[in-house]
Ligand binder design. Sequence first.
Ligand SMILES: [Fe+2]
Ligand SMILES: [Fe+2]
Length: 271
Amino acid sequence: MPETLAAPGLLAPAPRRAQYRDYQQAGIDRVREFYRNNHSQQTLRFVLEKKDRWLQFKQRSMTPWEGLDYLNTLIDESDPDINLPQISHLLQTAEAIRADGHPDWFVLTGFVHDLGKVLCLFGEPQWAVVGDTFPVGCRHSQRIVYPEFFAANPDSDDSRYNTELGIYSANCGLDQVHMSWGHDEYLYHLLKDYLPEPAQYMIRYHSFYAWHKEGQYRHLTDARDHANLPWVQKFNPYDLYSKNPNPPVLAELKPYYEDLLAKYLPATLKL
Ligand SMILES: [Fe+2]
Ligand SMILES: [Fe+2]
C-alpha cells in the first residue's frame, strides 16, 4: 500500500465531483497532519529509543500466518485506500510479482513487506510506523515529502545533525545510517536472516522515496546500496500499482502462500 501519500491527487477515486472535492480535501488534511507529526518528532534520539525498544523482539510470538491475520485488524490512517484490508494489499502485491514470473523469494517479499505495521497494533502511533522514511542524524533533503515540517524537528537546529553528512562519513553505506523509525526497519531486522539481500533491501527501504525515487542521499550510499537500488525500484510499482479490479481470493491461494512462508521463514516469529 502506498503509505507514501506524496501526491494528494492520487486520493481521488470518488465518482461525483462534490464527493471528490470533500474526499480530496479530507485526504490532504489527513496526510499533512500525518507528516507534521512524523517530521517534527522523528529525531535521532527518538529513532535510537525505538530501536532499543523494538529490536529486542520481546512483544509476543506468533506464526507468520498469525502475524498476517493480526495485521489485518489494522486500519492504516495514512492510506488513501483505507477500506482495503492489509492482507488484500499484500496478496495483490505478491500476485502481481508472481504473474510477472519473478523468483519465489520476490513473491514472498511482496506478501510480507508491510508485516512490520503490527507495531501499530502494539500501541505505536501511526506516524512512527508508516509513511515515507528518511535518514536521521544529518540534514533532511528538500525532496522528502512536506519538507517544511522539518523546521519543527529539534535536530534541524542541532549543529551535530544539520550538516549534509551529520554524524556519518561520506559513502559509509546505508547500513550505517539510522532511518526514521517505522515498519520497514523493524521488519528488516525481523526477517533479515531468512531472505536474500535484494529482498532485505526491498523491505528495509521501500518507503525511502527520497533515495529510490528522488535520487537523494548518494553521499551516504556505498557500492552495495548502488547494486541493490534497482531491486528496490523494481519492487516499488508492485507496491503502488498492483490494485486489481478482480482481486485475488485468499482462500484459493492460501496453500501456495502457506508453503512459501514455510519454505523461507521459521515456524514461529518473535515479534
Ligand atoms: Fe505496501
Ligand atoms: Fe510499506
